[in-house]
Design a binder for this molecule. Structure first.
Ligand code: SAH
Ligand code: SF4
Ligand code: F3S
Length: 436
């Protein structure tokens, strides 16, 4: 019996947060709450926040400002702030905005259950190493592709990054608990799983990361296994061979370079040089020629000269990533880089960023063009957002393909298509109805 109570959930940030929101929704749904898109109808509004860059933070605060008047109109309304800003700000958050009822860090999502059962805990931002063993209900909207946590936290302390402060120390989840979740998903009809962690290749339980991939590769029903994010310093030959040899592990790796200058990489505390990174890329490409490699770049890290920026431009040309996420460096409170000398002017950061994005856009397009006339296996995700006469899916290399709708094809099908046209952000394909 539904209790007529409604929740409105707003999510910012990375896949980790998106998946945490599936747990937040899971807890609320299991307490008979239903979701609403309309904040005015809600009994509880939850913001799952991100603080990776200042802009992400600002987005949240402006949304929060818009919600404030609702609280005056409906005094029973509860407002909860979860995620990385919650963890970072803790008590300060309540001082800054006294209409907030609860502040819940990423390691403490489980307290939500008590909160809605009216044991009003204001703040839950303590360390919770038990998070790896907590089996929270998950409310997934996608019936075909699922995200799964394999580890929590980060120990790397890249000098620009807030994550080790908001997500705590690195902890791996037990193999059996991951495998049983994947088996359960397979039983429910899921075809693809994406393993989540800040640095998945440092996964360590009774097995290492390639060992985990091997176990999961044997689970019937699951057709594709993906993982994010890999740290270049921990990319082993064993992992390269796992991608190559295990049939379900997709030929795609997200390997954030951050900068093409070894001087900047050192200041970033990334623990690899550009040459080492390139070496790994060459190994990946020679063992798995069809592999797609994507990356992250930061423009205008403190101390970055024009020459360092040229190194990044050179790296992009030399490596030819399939795609990148690139952003201006944003100083984060409490991080080492925020205290470094040589902060770069915003306009310089932005003009370097434009050059990076323009160049990469051309490379991405060129790489996509190479796929024209090539057959690719895609997993159908559903109708295209842009047109109801088209379906979309992804290649094993994680490229989006749209194909004309045909009644025989349904969500979750794996079909082979011929790529007919390549664009910068997607591909078009024609279906041959050759089911794989
Ligand atoms: N754990 C992953 C990525 C986590 S954050 C990894 O190590 O690669 C995702 C991306 O955000 C990073 O790769 C980085 O490029 C970017 N990022 C992190 N902190 C940033 C900051 N202070 N300013 C700009 N970009 C940042
Ligand atoms: Fe941040 Fe570095 Fe950890 Fe990634 S590895 S989450 S960039 S500290
Ligand atoms: Fe993710 Fe943002 Fe936190 S990128 S880990 S939600 S700071």
């Amino acid at each position: 019996m539904k209790n007529n109570r409604k929740y409105h959930l707003v999510t910012f940030g990375c896949q980790m947060n998106v998946h945490d929101s599936e747990k937040i929704a899971g807890i609320l749904e299991s307490e008979d709450y239903t979701e609403t898109d309309n904040p005015k109808e809600a009994d509880i509004i939850i913001f799952n926040t991100c603080s990776i860059r200042q802009k992400a933070e600002q987005k949240f605060y402006s949304e929060l400002g818009r919600i404030k008047p609702l609280k005056k109109k409906k005094p029973g309304l509860k407002i909860a702030v979860a995620g990385c800003i919650a963890q970072q700000e803790g008590n300060r958050m309540l001082k800054r905005a006294n209409f907030i009822d609860h502040v819940i860090g990423p390691q403490n999502i489980h307290v939500l259950k008590d909160i809605i059962k009216s044991r009003p805990e204001m703040i839950a931002v303590g360390d919770n190493p038990a998070i790896t063993e907590m089996e929270l209900p998950v409310y997934r909207k996608d019936p075909v592709r699922a995200w799964i946590n394999i580890m929590y936290g980060c120990n790397n302390f890249c000098s620009y990054c807030i994550v080790p402060y908001t997500r705590g120390r690195e902890k791996s989840r037990a193999l059996e608990s991951i495998a049983s979740e994947v088996r359960k998903l397979a039983g429910e009809g899921y075809k693809e799983v994406t393993l989540l962690g800040q640095n998945v290749n440092s996964y360590k339980s009774s097995v290492n990361f390639p060992g985990l991939l091997k176990e999961l590769n044997d689970i019937p029903g699951i057709e594709r296994i993906r993982f994010v994010t890999s740290h270049p310093k921990d990319l082993s030959n064993e992992l390269i061979f796992a991608i190559k040899d295990f049939d379900k592990v997709c030929e795609h790796i997200h390997l954030p370079l951050q900068s093409g200058s070894s001087k900047i990489l050192k200041l970033m505390n990334r623990k690899y040089t550009y040459e080492e990174f390139l070496d790994n890329v060459l190994k990946l490409k020679s063992e798995i020629p069809e592999i797609a490699i994507t990356s992250d770049i930061i423009s205008g890290f403190p101390g970055e000269t024009d020459e360092d920026h040229r190194c990044t431009i050179h790296a992009l040309k030399e490596i030819e990533f399939d795609g990148i996420y690139a952003f201006n460096y944003s100083p984060r409170p409490g991080t080492k880089a925020s205290l470094m000398d040589g902060h770069v002017d915003d306009d310089v950061k932005s003009s370097r960023l434009s050059e990076i994005l323009d160049l990469q856009g051309n490379i991405t397009e060129l790489k996509n063009k190479r796929l024209e006339e090539v057959f690719q296996e895609i997993l159908i995700e559903g109708f295209s957002e842009k047109s109801s006469s088209k379906l979309t899916g992804r290649t094993r290399t994680n490229k989006i393909v749209t194909v004309p709708f045909e009644t025989q094809i349904k969500q979750g099908d794996l079909i082979t298509v011929k790529i007919t046209k390549a664009h910068r952000h997607s591909l078009e394909g024609s279906t041959l109805l050759r089911f794989t």
